[in-house]
Design a protein around this ligand. Structure first.
Ligand SMILES: [Ca+2]
Length: 360
């Protein structure tokens, strides 16, 4: 039987084993090796170390189940909190650190122990005391949460000690009532485990730090919209045109080479991550067709027809007008979109003709 001053429930399905010692396959009496995870165990206080039977502990091993048996504790009245085992376990990336162990004591061993914790491996403070109330059998799964100790979490130098302590004044008291404390008393430890829960980084939803800007360009120009955002990576971008997603436009910039008038309108970008999403302010693209000078030429085709052609911008409506004099009046002879040429017969009665090409 064993009980401790502070008994808090500790148990989380997400707790991970950071380091565990089952003492079954290690023969190192100074620094028993871990059976899983990473950690350095050090026997303190010049104790005698043996690997004795772990039968009765929570270790599931059915053969070769050993436990760390410690004896030659300090003499009565000497060196409290100096003898036991020290465990240095990096808790980097973990919080909600906990300690769990099985213990068995002989009749003349100290009934009181204490768990000391340190954030630097040098200065230790008491986390919890425990009392072993009966001798000769294991008490399993002693669970001690260390969440109250700030230095336990996310600390590569976290260190703890399980050591014997005076029960009253400067006296050790034996486990078994009526027995005298003696240095031949033993503590046996098994399945000593340090656990933790992975630290979950705070998730920050996307936030736009620079909005895409409205632009007015001439038809045929290249346009680039750019957005800058912060938030937990990875950030996903999706550009929208008139609130419809643009296929494949998933970068932080949107490039439109040689814009045509039909690309004018409202552009936005939606930015998403695991924590949420944000949609940008609208960026309006205005395309000024008048900014594209019309360069028209007139020629006579091999068939004797008049051909007028020009540098048409796709999507723009053009009108072709004709007059017999340079000053007009002009008559419309063609009005059409997406055409860059006009052709007609040149009648013999017309000795001169003037053509002009215009946008509406
Ligand atoms: Ca064992």
């Amino acid at each position: 039987m064993l009980w401790i001053y502070v008994w808090l429930s500790f148990g989380s399905v997400s707790a991970a084993v950071l380091a565990q010692w089952d003492f079954n396959a290690t023969t190192d009496t100074n620094h028993p090796a871990t059976s899983s995870g990473e950690g350095i165990a050090t026997v303190l206080g010049g104790l005698n170390v043996q690997f004795a039977s772990g039968t009765g502990s929570s270790d599931p091993a059915v053969t070769d189940d050993f436990a760390l048996a410690l004896s030659r504790f300090p003499a009565q009245g000497m060196a409290a909190r100096s003898a036991g085992v020290q465990l240095a376990v990096s808790t980097a990336g973990y919080n909600s650190i906990g300690l769990k162990f099985d213990i068995r004591a002989s009749a003349t061993a100290s009934r009181k122990g204490v768990v000391l914790v340190s954030g630097d491996g040098i200065t230790f403070s008491e986390a919890v005391s425990f009392f072993i109330a009966a001798d000769g059998s294991f008490t399993n799964g002693i669970t001690i949460p260390l969440t109250a100790f700030a230095g336990a979490s996310n600390n590569p130098r976290f260190t703890l000690r399980i050591v014997s302590d005076f029960s009253t004044g400067t006296n050790y008291i034996a486990v078994k009532s009526g027995s005298n404390y003696g240095t031949t008393g033993t503590w046996r430890l098994d399945r000593v485990t340090v656990t933790g829960e992975p630290t979950t980084p705070a998730q920050e939803a996307p936030r736009i730090t620079h909005q895409p800007e409205s632009q007015s360009v001439a038809a045929g120009a290249a346009v680039q919209f750019q957005v800058t955002a912060s938030g937990t990576e990875p950030l996903q971008y999706q550009w929208l045109y008139q609130d419809a997603e643009l296929d494949g436009e998933t970068a932080s910039s949107l490039v439109l080479p040689e814009v045509t008038p039909d690309r004018a309108g409202v552009y936005r970008v939606k930015i998403s991550n695991a924590a949420g999403f944000v949609v940008s302010e609208p960026a309006v693209l205005a395309i000024d067709v008048a900014d594209v000078p019309i360069v028209a030429r007139v020629e006579v085709t091999s068939a004797g027809r008049i051909r007028v052609h020009w540098n048409a911008v796709p999507g723009v409506w053009y009108r072709v007008e004709r007059s017999s004099t340079a000053s007009g009046p002009f008559t419309e002879v063609m009005s059409s979109a997406e055409i860059d040429a006009f052709e007609e017969d040149f009648g013999p009665e017309e000795s001169t003709a003037f053509y002009r090409v215009r946008t509406p």
